[in-house]
Ligand binder design. Structure first.
Ligand code: SF4
Length: 130
């Protein structure tokens, strides 16, 4: 069972990069998810976070306010996807939702991607959903 926090349920459809060992972990999680492994929605750090070099003492240290901002992103992602922590989802169902409800990715790009440090990495992928 893969455990993913809110914003990863959206960002991981587009994000394919990052510093090691994060990148390897992201690719591994995406592969497992695409192969049909069930995903449990969780609150707070997940297995992607714990592989990131910016994750220290249980919090994200990417920027000064990163932890707060990321928790807000989680909330917004769950609101857009209409999901709650504890819910089990399939990657293919999430993908279908993102492909059919264009408002989700449009809102996401406007609120987060447009000012995100990883925009260049994700742009090519998220453009396919707009
Ligand atoms: S650009 Fe940033 S916010 Fe947008 S999908 Fe990529 S990692 Fe997520």
């Amino acid at each position: 069972m893969i455990k993913l926090r809110g914003h990863h349920l959206i960002c991981l459809h587009f994000f394919r990069n990052g510093p090691e060992p994060l990148r390897t972990k992201v690719l591994e999680v995406i592969q497992r998810a695409e192969q049909g492994e069930e995903i449990e929605v969780v609150e707070g750090p997940d297995e992607v976070c714990t592989s990131c070099p910016y994750f220290k003492n249980g919090v994200c240290t990417f920027t000064e306010n990163a932890e707060e901002e990321i928790r807000e992103m989680d909330k917004k992602a769950l609101e857009l996807l209409n999901l709650k922590p504890g819910t089990k989802v399939k990657w293919s169902d999430l993908k279908t939702k993102l492909q059919t409800d264009k408002n989700i990715v449009r809102t996401w790009v406007e609120e987060y991607c447009s000012t995100c440090d990883f925009k260049e990495t994700c742009e090519k992928e998220y453009s396919k959903y707009l």
